[in-house]
Design a protein around this ligand. Structure first.
Ligand code: SOE
Length: 393
C-alpha cells in the first residue's frame, strides 16, 4: 500500500486533534494512500519529543524549515498560531509539498492571498481544516439544501458562541493581533462563514453592517509557552498586556442567492460552551443545527399539510444515508468532535490519491473567500458602513 509521510508543524489543541486523526484514520477507513506519522515540530520548551512519544510521531524536531525541506516529508500539516501559517505554507509550497492548514488560513487577507497565489503558481494541492463540514449532520444539511428540499433560501442565521475567555485567561496568542489577526471573529466566524457557504452553495456578496467589541481589554502576561488553543488554569505573571483583537463580532450579510444572513461569534457568551450552529429558512422548509448536539439535524418540512407540520429531529448516524457514518458505528451510536478530523484526514488522502473527497474539500482558494468575508466584516465594523465583497479582493 502506498504511504505518505506527514510532517506536523505545531502542537497545542489542534496538534492533538490532528495527531489523533492521523493515527486513527487507517484503522477506520479503506485508504488509497496511507499517512505515516513521520515528524512533529515543536518549540524547545514545548518538548516535541514527549509530544511525539505520546501521540506516535516517529521523529520530533525544533527546526520546522528542516522538516519541511526533508525529502522524506510528503505532506505538511500546519497547526501553528495563525501568524505562522503563511511562512510555513510558502516554504512547503516552494518545496512542491502539498499543504494542509488549520483555519483561518491566515491572520490577514494579504497573507491569505499570498498563500493562494503561491499554491496556484506551484500547482500544489492545498487543504484547510474546516472540520465542521465533516460532521454527518452538516453533510446532510448540504444535501437537503442543494437538492432543493428547502426551496429558495430566505434566511441564514449562524452563531459560534463560546464562554471560556473570562478574566482568568491570560494573554494567549489568540488575543494578540500580530499573532492571530483577529479574535473570536477569525477563530469562530471563520467556521460559520465556511459552513454556511458550504451548506447553501452560495457566496456572501455584501456585509451590510457589523459590530466588533473587546470587553476585556487587559489580560495577565504569559510566562513560559503560550499553548495554542484554550489553555485553562495557566499560571501567568501579574503584569498585564493589552488585548488587541475582538472578543466578539456580529455582522449582517447578503448571499448570492438572495438570502439575508446574520453571523455572531463570541467568547464570553456565558452558558454557550461551544455552541456552533445555524438555522436556514427556505420557502419549502427549514433546518437547524447545533454542534452541542452534533449527531442531530432539526428539519421542518413546510410541504406537509399544516395540521402535521413540526420540527423533526433526524439522528444522522445511518450508514447508508449520512456521510462517513459507515466507517464508524451503527445507528444512534453517536460520534464526537474528534471524528470530524479523522473524516477530514480520510478526505485529504482521497484527494492526494486523485479521488473525490466524500464531502467537498476547501483548498486555500476556497478558504480565501471566507477570509474576504472576515476582512469585509472588520472593515464594515471599523467604518460603520456596508461593504460589498468586490471591494475586498
Ligand atoms: C477555540 O475557539 C477553538 O479551539 C477553535 O480554534 C476551533 O476551531 C474550534 O473548533 C474549537 O474552539
Amino acid at each position: 500500500m502506498e504511504t505518505i509521510n506527514v510532517g506536523l508543524i505545531g502542537q497545542g489543541f489542534m496538534g492533538r486533534s490532528h495527531s489523533n486523526a492521523w493515527g486513527q484514520v487507517s484503522k477506520f477507513f479503506q485508504l488509497p494512500l496511507v499517512p505515516v506519522m513521520h515528524t512533529v515540530f515543536g518549540q524547545e520548551e514545548e518538548n516535541p519529543r514527549a509530544f511525539a512519544d505520546n501521540w506516535g510521531w516517529q521523529n520530533a524536531t525544533t527546526d520546522w524549515e528542516q522538516l519541511v525541506a526533508s525529502p522524506e516529508i510528503g505532506l505538511v500539516d500546519i497547526v501553528t498560531p495563525n501568524f505562522m501559517h503563511a511562512p510555513v505554507a510558502r516554504t512547503a509550497i516552494a518545496a512542491g509539498k502539498p499543504c494542509a492548514c488549520e483555519k483561518p488560513i491566515a491572520g490577514t487577507l494579504d497573507d491569505a492571498r499570498e498563500m493562494v497565489e503561491a499554491a496556484k503558481k506551484a500547482n500544489v494541492k492545498t487543504f484547510v481544516w474546516f472540520n465542521y463540514r465533516r460532521v454527518p449532520a452538516v453533510g446532510l444539511a448540504q444535501q437537503l439544501v442543494t437538492s432543493g428540499k428547502l426551496g429558495d433560501i430566505r434566511h441564514v442565521r449562524a452563531v459560534y458562541l463560546q464562554d471560556w475567555a473570562d478574566e482568568s485567561v491570560p494573554l494567549l496568542w489568540r488575543f494578540e493581533k500580530q499573532l492571530t489577526g483577529s479574535g473570536a471573529h477569525g477563530d469562530l466566524n471563520a467556521h460559520i462563514i465556511d459552513m454556511t457557504r458550504f451548506v447553501t452553495g452560495q457566496e456572501i456578496t455584501e456585509v451590510v453592517g457589523a459590530v466588533a467589541e473587546t470587553f476585556i481589554k487587559q489580560r495577565k502576561l504569559m510566562t513560559g509557552t503560550a499553548a495554542g488553543g484554550i489553555a485553562a488554569g495557566m499560571k501567568g505573571a501579574e503584569q498585564m498586556g493589552r488585548v488587541t483583537v475582538d472578543d466578539t463580532v456580529l455582522f449582517l450579510a447578503r448571499f448570492s442567492g438572495g438570502a439575508v444572513a446574520s453571523f455572531e461569534a463570541a467568547r464570553q457568551a456565558t452558558g454557550n460552551q461551544n455552541r456552533n450552529g445555524f438555522e436556514i429558512n427556505g420557502t419549502r422548509g427549514s433546518l437547524k443545527f447545533d454542534f452541542e448536539r452534533m449527531n442531530e439535524l432539526e428539519y421542518y418540512d413546510a410541504t406537509l399539510p399544516r395540521a402535521v407540520q413540526g420540527w423533526t429531529t433526524i439522528m444522522c448516524t445511518h450508514a447508508a444515508d449520512h456521510p462517513y457514518v459507515a466507517n464508524w458505528w451503527p445507528d444512534a451510536h453517536p460520534i464526537g468532535y474528534e471524528h470530524c478530523f479523522t473524516n477530514q484526514a480520510y478526505d485529504i488522502m482521497q484527494v492526494l490519491a486523485g479521488q473525490e473527497p466524500t464531502v467537498p474539500m476547501p483548498d486555500f482558494e476556497d478558504a480565501y473567500q471566507t477570509q474576504r468575508v472576515l476582512e469585509a466584516s472588520l472593515l464594515s465594523a471599523a467604518e460603520r458602513r456596508p461593504v460589498k465583497l468586490e471591494e475586498v479582493k
